[in-house]
Design a protein around this ligand. Structure first.
Ligand SMILES: Cc1ncc(COP(=O)(O)O)c(C=O)c1O
Length: 386
């Protein structure tokens, strides 16, 4: 096999379920010189990141850090630290990531019960209340932003039920942090994890997490050691805390990138950022509807950073996505699980969420659909008419 000496990946417009496009300032941060992981300069980066993460998560939780690993490492960290063999957990499932949470929770040795809702709908609080009335749970887990369906889960009522029950409230915010209102303290979320590659506009590689004082208390009262040494939060906390005890070699460059991305979030302001995500989704939807396409999720629970749209009959899913990628350099996502072959997932996350990207996609999609014999037009005009 011959290898070229230069590597020159194409610049794609990343409008799928993630990763999203990386902001130029984040790329610049990635190329800064690597220092030691206990260097005072790096320790400052960690301190600043903790503060910036607290702002983004809207929390005062002391334990607010970035786990070295992708979003799934944050998911594992939340479960392995909160569950011991024999504990009981309730997991809400209305898409792929709820299913994954069930798997992770059961691998902790917990007995896992589920509350299920149809894909593309939210988990009803009444269903959670009913499940909680039947057994004693240590942890209740739910996905805030289901990337497989485009549903934004309302959390306030469920949080109240979970706390009345005395359980810890565990929430996946991989596709909501930095893109929609996520009030960790206001919603009394105890264990929360996210990822860098969605609405924060970083490459994949770190998982921001935040644990409430109650979660930390329960962790301290465990009878058995956390089954994962690498993800044991009490060990990681010593590295991120004042004692700086070596635990693992932090991915220096990714932490530079995350700090820069979080600075961008703070400079833009949380509310302005949520508004930008919402308004660009509205423009996208006007364009999709002008093309005669229909949306999977009801307006009240639609997730601004990710829109699911039904693939019209007689249109070849893969061919349209191939045209977008190969001719126009645009990635959108295919359907997952129950939506495979039935829906496209269009991401407008972080730096990708701009009006220009919306109109570029709509113009390209219009052509790709026409190549499939699907007639429709006026998408760009509709998008910019709002
Ligand atoms: C809602 C949700 N949870 C968890 C994950 C897993 O994150 P990662 O792929 O970064 O490990 C993803 C990834 O897309 C996600 O969308």
């Amino acid at each position: 096999m011959t290898r070229s000496s230069s590597f020159d990946p194409p610049e794609r417009l990343l409008m799928g379920p993630g990763p999203s496009n990386v902001h130029p300032r984040v790329y610049a941060a990635l190329s800064a010189p690597v220092v030691g992981h206990l260097d005072p300069v790096f320790l400052t980066v960690m301190e600043e990141s903790k503060d910036l993460l607290r702002t983004a998560f809207q929390t005062r939780n002391e334990l607010t850090i970035a786990i070295s690993g992708t979003g799934s490492s944050g998911m594992e960290a939340c479960f392995v630290n909160s569950l011991e063999p024999g504990d009981r957990a309730l997991v809400c499932i209305n898409g792929v990531f709820g299913m994954r949470m069930r798997e992770v929770a059961s691998r902790c040795g917990a007995t896992v019960d589920v509350v299920e809702a149809e894909w593309g709908t939210a988990i009803p609080a009444e269903a959670v209340a009913e499940a909680l009335s039947k057994a004693d749970y240590k942890v209740v887990a739910i996905v805030h932003a289901e990337t497989s369906t485009g549903v934004l889960q309302p959390l306030a009522e469920i949080s109240r039920l979970v706390h009345d029950h005395g359980a810890l409230f565990l929430v996946d915010t991989v596709t909501s942090l930095g893109g929609v209102d996520l009030d960790v303290d206001g919603l009394a979320i105890d264990l929360c994890y996210s990822g860098t590659q969605k609405c924060l506009g970083c490459p994949p590689g770190l998982s921001p997490v935040t644990f409430s004082p109650m979660a930390m208390e329960r962790l301290a009262a465990r009878k058995t050691p956390v089954q994962s040494w690498y993800l044991d939060i009490s060990l990681i906390a010593q590295y991120w805390g004042e004692s700086r005890v070596y635990h693992h070699t932090a991915p220096i460059s990714m932490n530079y990138a995350l700090r820069e991305a979080l600075l961008l979030v703070a400079e833009e302001g949380l509310e302005a950022r949520w508004r930008r995500h919402r308004q660009n989704q509205e423009a996208l939807i006007r364009g999709l509807q002008a093309l005669g396409l229909s949306l999977v999720v009801d307006a009240a629970i639609r997730l601004p950073p990710l829109t699911t749209v039904r693939i019209p009959d007689n249109v070849d899913d893969a061919a349209v996505r191939q045209t977008l990628l190969q001719r126009f350099g645009i990635e959108i996502g295919g359907g997952l699980g129950a939506f495979k072959g039935k829906a496209w997932r269009i991401g407008l996350m972080g730096a990708t969420s701009t009006e220009r990207n919306v109109t570029t996609l709509l113009a390209s999609l219009e052509v790709a659909l026409r190549m499939q014999g699907y007639a429709g037009g006026g998408a760009v005009e509709a998008a910019i008419s709002g």
